[in-house]
Ligand binder design. Structure first.
Ligand code: FES
Length: 143
């Protein structure tokens, strides 16, 4: 009995649980965080005036690289750098149920983390696309 008590006091917790036939579960939450930076708090308002963004601003720095993207939730926008000359801007409302905050990029498609539906990064896809012009580091989105 003394040996058992001594063992329990000194052994690491998972080993003790395993020795007592209690399954040890790893933290494997399905609440994964999106793999992109979310900028700003979510809002239900879609801007009406053209939005001008300096992508050299640290918050938007991911857009300096081709393939970089952000979920700009403060303005309900998914932004993705397509080429040296092009950034595309989409409404970040998922066409399925309208969620805005769990996007990831999988190849050339945005994937919504709620039900794993994927949407093209082409303006001809299901996501609402806005006109976006890029001059140097100044991005203008027109709604
Ligand atoms: S809300 Fe986006 S896939 Fe269902």
């Amino acid at each position: 009995m003394k040996n058992r008590r001594s063992f329990l006091k000194t052994a690491c917790k998972p080993l003790v649980l395993a020795a007592l036939s209690i399954p040890v579960l790893e933290a494997c939450s399905s609440e994964e965080t999106p793999n992109n930076p979310i900028i700003g708090s979510s809002t239900n308002e879609t801007p009406t005036e053209p939005l001008v963004i300096n992508i050299a601003d640290g918050l938007f720095a991911d857009l300096l690289s081709i393939g970089g993207w952000i979920n700009y939730t403060a303005k309900n926008l998914l932004l993705i750098r397509i080429s040296e000359a092009e950034v595309r801007a989409f409404d970040n409302s998922c066409p399925h149920q309208g969620n805005r905050d769990r996007w990831s990029l999988n190849g050339a498609k945005f994937e919504c983390g709620y039900h794993n539906n994927s949407y093209s990064t082409e303006c001809s896809g299901s996501l609402k696309c806005y006109t976006a012009t890029l001059e140097d580091t100044t991005l203008t989105v027109t709604f």
